[in-house]
Design a protein around this ligand. Structure first.
Ligand SMILES: Nc1ncnc2c1ncn2[C@@H]1O[C@H](COP(=O)(O)OP(=O)(O)OP(=O)(O)O)[C@@H](O)[C@H]1O
Ligand SMILES: [Mg+2]
Length: 235
């Protein structure tokens, strides 16, 4: 589905991500872990073709991602939820959901897609007229996911989806990602909440100084003494 080969990416001539190979298949949740500044966000931005400064190859179902604009990528099925809140705070929940489908020309299809998301996220159905700014952190994260899913992307990339959420809400978000993968999507996320994220993942990649230091099954990383010590706060 998503294939990354020899990806290098950075800013103003300084390469941060330094040669990453990674595949994410349909039905899989893959988590990127690493220290602050390791280049995790840069990796996702590089994959999403948001950096001018990049080398290597990224393909989505065989198609060259670097040849596609952000809008074309969304249309082809690559969605990216960046670090920090990305709802439109001054718009209502309903308006946010419609924004998620701005590429859909058919208003009937747009309405159907939004209805489907309100079934998947019933809490949002009661909040349609509320400004997104007035939602709780967990509700805003649900809105981001629902808005993203209006386009039915094949690949969903998320940068720190659990940040700032209560533990119970974190579990809900990760459960939602598992459900999306079970529905045939590919999920690639960056997480600081390493243990919980790996527990919800099939595989993980450990990024150190912009390089993939380790890639393995999530269960293997959870049992890795060095990973536990460096990334899960264990002695
Ligand atoms: N827009 C930018 N311009 C220049 N340098 C940047 C920019 N964004 C990030 N960097 C630099 O790239 C390096 C990696 O940053 P990045 O945001 O990818 O790390 P990260 O692993 O996501 O960290 P965190 O866990 O804090 O989110 C850092 O040294 C950072 O200073
Ligand atoms: Mg980051």
């Amino acid at each position: 589905m998503l294939s990354i080969r020899g990806l290098r990416a950075g800013y103003g001539g300084r390469m941060i991500v330094d040669g990453v190979d990674l595949d994410v298949a349909a039905g899989e949740v893959v988590t990127v872990i690493g220290q602050n500044g390791a280049g995790k966000s840069t990796l996702l931005k590089g994959i999403a073709n948001l950096l001018r400064n990049r080398e290597g190859a990224v393909t989505l179902d065989g198609e060259n991602v670097f040849a596609l604009s952000a809008q074309d990528l969304l249309g082809r099925g690559l969605a990216f939820i960046p670090q920090g809140r990305s709802v439109f705070p001054g718009l209502t929940v309903a308006e946010n959901l419609r924004m998620g489908g701005f590429l859909l020309r058919d208003p009937v299809l747009l309405r159907q897609r939004i209805e489907a998301q309100l079934e998947a996220f019933p809490a949002l159905a009661k909040l349609l007229g509320q400004l997104a700014a007035n939602l709780s952190g967990g509700q805003q994260r649900q809105l981001e996911l629902a808005r993203t899913m209006v386009m039915q992307p094949k690949v969903i990339m998320l940068d720190e989806p659990s940040i700032g959420l209560a533990p119970q809400v974190v579990e809900q978000v990760f459960a939602t990602l598992r459900t999306l993968a079970a529905g045939g999507r590919a999920v690639l996320m960056v997480e600081q909440n390493v243990r919980r994220a790996l527990q919800a993942s099939d595989r993980g990649i450990v990024l150190e100084l912009g390089r993939a230091r380790l890639q393995d099954k999530a269960a293997a990383l959870l049992g890795d003494e060095r990973v536990a010590r460096l990334y899960m706060g264990k002695r």
